[in-house]
Design a protein around this ligand. Structure first.
Ligand code: MIC
Ligand code: SF4
Length: 753
């Protein structure tokens, strides 16, 4: 599986000097995050101090990971770049395309058949270009990365927003769009605006029903879905050291839900234990060797307010278990207040399904804690009230959990073990009995709960909690149950109370696996032929986006003015649409179909400016494109929150949208728009959002002198002929302006080959 020990040695060999250079330039002690960032500068030793939230910085990352649903587009772009081999260790993981229905074996068989063409494409591209290939069934990208590739002090990018999971093992791991991955894989610098730093000081120690998941559920409540935007969150303090490495992974993983660039923890004994138990004693030894560098400088954690832009303190000893939701991951309820919330808000109290596992929460510790709750059903003669599913994060965890009897414990209470894949977490769930989209509740140990996310039903109320709380709720079948205080009536009519969960951090007999599902690339891939059938409905070779015409953009029409939450799930839905992730024209048929039109509060019904009729968004977009009319999308706050999928940028681009103008952007989406040659703009005055009317004609002025830091002007011509103008901002630097001019970042790489 080659975890690239030579690469890690090289990173560690350079680390102390690079950190020392940074320290003398910055002129004060450094946080751990700063050490990782400064030790990964593309040009080597630091020669200037970067300003947080301002300076764009070029990095050389250590590795790239891609999952099947985003790798298709990333690799279609990489193939166009004209390189013989990737420039740094890279892997592909087949996890998102496996649909959950009947359980692991039947589902895997079906998925292999249904996705043959795509898996075959990913496999052959990986083989040819030197990319490690993790076959379907091997596990979910982030769990596999944590088990095999993550290392303290390293820096990686991945084409998935939950790449941040590797922060649990002391990395700076960042989710990006495929075009960013292409930069890194072709050996170019990978660029990021130097982040702000949020410090989270953890004191005390977890106990009882509270777990690592509750730390991030609480943080999400404090910071909200956009509070982490542009920032890296560094956790520290005695409480941090008391957490397991996989618990840290869970916290970092769900840090994507606060919009954070990533989250990380300094190197400690829990990471050493995890590295050794996952067969990487050599990496642990190397990390030990430079351990004094793999944490913040002395004094930083004692006076965090001096070094971080914001500091939050959480006492783990007092932290309550939390349940977050519905419909947004930052609606945080301490469990003691949840029952009242369910009643007051009218959330359906009956729990239909509990789902545990996923990339967020399927560690050995998670499974043992959940199993210790599940076991009590038999011991206390309880009838399980809800359906229950378990998604192991990797074959290694699954195999070990099976060997140690954990999966049998779940199956005894009716649990269905699903394939080692994303499944219900990404809407790859053929949920039964859902005709007519009934109002209902489910609870998961996943990380996202946007409307329609898990089963496509807008009336499913999705709640997020730790695996042990999910399991307890499944036994109760009732969301108003609080396992800390309440009793359940058992089959003998007696009142019984659940005991606190007990977990085991790492398998006492070690991890084990028969076939981890890894396939190494060819030594020389030059003879491997990549095939894409011209009539395929799943894969389509890309044609370059056209370059900028050199003039202001005039006469644009509104495609949609989206109101409220508009996540990447609203812009390019997953679930059934994942099958078209390699075919731009086909997937474009879901563009913005989930966004709410501000003028009629409906989804997928916008006015066609050519006919005045209300039609689905993609239909109107195609009509405008066919008649040569450019269009614009207007949006609200944190537009494009959630996933890294660059489809959410490429599809509108493909359909003729020229600009996306919003109150604010989520980081990855804003970059994805820039990379694809789109104009990503924000209202200088957020209230100007209200000035835009449905029948307006819009001109974007100032493009001929488009320059960093200089606002552009939007001119509206209303239906009555009156006009008004206001400033719109952008964050393009000089390089990114070139992407816009060339039509996309890839057009520039291609031109250089
Ligand atoms: C998700 O959790 O939303 C996904 C599916 O993993 C995405 C990636 C994708 O859309 O393929 C993500 O988080 O980036
Ligand atoms: Fe897969 Fe869900 Fe994790 Fe995304 S969050 S990688 S869909 S398991």
């Amino acid at each position: 599986m080659a975890f690239d020990i030579d690469m890690i040695k090289a990173v560690y060999a350079a680390f102390p000097d690079r950190v020392a250079a940074a320290r003398s330039i910055v002129g004060r002690p450094l946080t751990f995050t700063e050490k990782i960032l400064y030790s990964h500068l593309y040009d080597g030793l630091a020669t200037e101090k970067y300003e947080r939230a301002k300076s764009y910085v070029d990095f050389r990352v250590d590795r790239v990971a891609m999952q099947d649903a985003t790798a298709q587009m990333a690799l279609l772009q990489f193939v166009q770049a004209g390189k013989a081999r990737v420039d740094l260790p890279s892997t592909v993981h087949c996890d998102h395309l496996i649909q959950a229905e009947d359980g692991a074996d039947a589902d895997m068989k079906r998925a292999l058949e249904e996705n043959k063409e795509v898996f075959g494409f990913l496999e052959s591209v990986s083989k040819k270009y030197g990319i490690g290939f993790w076959k379907p069934g091997a596990g979910i990208i982030h769990q596999v990365v944590l088990e095999n590739y993550a290392f303290p002090g390293g820096m990686m990018i991945g084409t998935d927003s939950h790449t941040v999971n590797a922060g649990g093992l002391g990395m700076v791991a960042i989710g990006v769009g495929g075009a960013d991955a292409v930069d890194a894989m072709t050996g170019l610098a990978w660029e990021l605006k130097f982040p702000k730093l949020i410090g989270v000081k953890l004191t005390g120690k977890l106990n009882g029903w509270t777990s690592a998941k509750d730390v991030i559920l609480k943080v999400a409540g404090i910071l909200t879905v956009k509070g982490g935007t542009g920032a890296i969150v560094e956790y520290f303090g005695p409480g941090a050291e008391s957490l397991s490495c996989t618990g840290k992974g869970t916290i970092c993983n769900m840090g994507a839900e606060i919009g954070a660039t990533t989250s990380t923890f300094a190197y400690d004994a829990s990471m050493d234990r995890y590295l050794r138990s996952t067969g990487r004693a050599d990496v642990a030894d190397l990390a030990q060797g430079i351990s004094q560098h793999l944490t913040a400088d002395a004094g930083v954690y004692d006076a965090p307010e001096k070094y971080f832009d914001q500091v939050i303190e959480i006492n783990l000893s007092e932290l309550e278990p939390h349940i977050n939701g519905p419909f947004t991951p930052d609606l945080a309820w301490p469990i003691s207040q949840f029952a009242a919330a369910v009643r007051e808000k009218g959330y359906p109290a009956k729990l239909e399904v509990g789902l545990i596992g996923s990339c967020t929460n399927s560690s050995y510790e998670d499974l043992t804690r959940a199993a210790s709750v599940a076991r009590q059903a038999g011991e206390k003669n309880l009838k399980v009230k809800s359906e229950f599913t378990i998604t192991p994060g990797s074959e290694q965890v699954r195999y070990t959990a099976e060997r140690d009897g954990l999966l049998a414990t779940f199956e005894e209470i009716g649990g269905v073990v699903l394939a080692n894949a994303c499944g219900p977490c990404i809407g790859q769930w053929k949920r039964h009995n859902q005709a007519g989209n009934p109002k209902n509740s489910i609870i998961t140990s996943f990380n996202r709960n946007f409307a329609k996310r898990n089963d496509g039903n807008p009336n499913t109320h999705g709640f997020v909690a730790s695996p042990e709380i999910v399991t307890a709720m499944t036994l109760a079948g009732d969301l108003t149950f609080n396992p800390l205080t309440d009793t359940l009536t058992n089959e003998d009519g007696k009142q019984v109370k659940l005991d606190e969960p007990q977990g085991i951090e790492l398998p006492p007999r070690g991890f084990d696996v028969e076939d981890p599902g890894y396939q190494a690339p060819a030594q020389d891939g030059s003879s491997v032929v990549i095939k894409v059938a011209p009539d395929s409905d799943r894969l389509q070779l890309l044609s370059p986006f056209p370059a900028w015409e050199g003039t202001d953009l005039k006469g644009l029409k509104l495609l949609i003015k989206a109101k409220g939450k508009c996540t990447t799930d609203h812009i390019s839905m997953a679930g059934p649409w994942l099958r078209f992730r390699g075919h731009l024209d086909n997937i474009a048929n879901n563009t913005l179909t989930g966004a709410i039109n501000a003028y009629n509060d409906k989804a997928d019904a916008v006015k066609n400016p050519l006919t005045g009729e209300y039609q689905p968004v993609p239909v109107v977009a195609r009509a405008m494109k066919a008649s040569g009319l450019g269009s614009i999308v207007v949006g609200d706050e944190n537009y494009g929150e959630g996933s890294s999928r660059e489809h959410a940028a490429m599809q509108p681009r493909h359909l003729g949208v020229r600009a996306v103008l919003v109150r604010s952007f989520a980081r990855i989406h804003e970059t994805n728009l820039k990379k694809q040659g789109m104009l990503a703009l924000t209202f200088a005055n957020p209230a100007d959002y209200d000035r835009i009317q449905e029948d307006d004609t819009l001109d974007i002025l100032g493009l001929t002198s488009f320059a960093p830091g200089k606002p552009l002007t939007l001119q509206l011509t209303h239906a009555d002929g009156s006009t008004e103008q206001f400033a719109v901002n952008h964050t393009y630097n000089a390089q990114q302006i070139e992407w816009f001019k060339a039509g996309s970042a890839l057009n520039i790489i291609r031109a250089q080959q």
